[in-house]
Design a protein around this ligand. Sequence first.
Ligand code: FES
Length: 122
Amino acid sequence: MAIVRLKALGREWVHEVSLGVSLLEAAEECGAPEGSACGGVCGCSTCHVYVMQGAELLSPAEENEEDIMDKAFDVRMSSRLGCQARVVKEGEVVVEITRESLDAFYNEHPDEIDPREAGSTA
Ligand code: FES
């Protein structure tokens, strides 16, 4: 087992996962707001996250992930696609959900209140 901590919007979601689970699957299981416009098939970049800790516990990025990452916004050394990065070793992985991914999540889930917009119409 491993622990995945997902950070966004000043909050943190902590989830215990079995080895082989992707960061996106971990986010979906614990209700963290990570986008997944293509359904997790490496066809978009809306599951873009920054890996703050535990990158060595993840499956390495393959060529198709790197190709998609070329189209993502604000790509950093720590960038991964959540649907492609799988936890393959025990330990703790800490990720920050990118703004790109948050935007996609709230577009995909109009019933969810985007805390960044809450109160902005007052
Ligand atoms: S959900 Fe589309 S690339 Fe990950």
